[in-house]
Ligand binder design. Structure first.
Ligand code: ZN
Length: 128
């Protein structure tokens, strides 16, 4: 039985092993983010995922990803009916359409899981 204020769930051993493996491999990096246990890691992942889904739902279908290549993400803006190009410049994202570092398009780029992975690996964070 879990202690008061906690609940347990049952997952298959293969799922557990998969996540546990990733947790073990990223332990050092996670502890810098304040994640020190496997349960903490799962909580952190789920919250992060929910946040991204929320962000994504807010933008879609107003914005669509056209392509991602190297340092550039091309987005179709269905409100302005324009193409926005977001590029990585000096470790930051820059929107060439808005000429800004923190616009609607950049927020959207951060909500794309595949792009987020690339940004995260380069240490680029969403300016909030
Ligand atoms: Zn923009």
């Amino acid at each position: 039985m879990p202690k008061a204020g906690f609940k347990s769930i049952t997952i298959s051993e293969s799922v557990y092993d998969k996540f546990y493996d990733v947790f073990q491999k990223n332990k050092d990096e996670l502890s810098m983010k304040g994640v020190n246990s496997f349960a903490g890691y799962i909580t952190y992942m789920l919250e992060d995922k929910m946040q991204k889904d929320k962000t994504f739902a807010r933008y879609a279908p107003k914005l669509e990803k056209i392509s991602v290549d190297g340092d550039r993400v091309i987005i179709k803006d269905n409100i302005k009916n324009r193409i926005a190009e977001v590029a990585i410049q000096r470790g930051e994202l820059y929107c060439q359409l808005c000429e800004q570092k923190n616009c609607f398009h950049i927020g959207f780029v951060f909500s794309l899981p595949d792009v987020y992975e690339i940004l995260n690996s380069r240490g680029i964070k969403h300016p909030r």
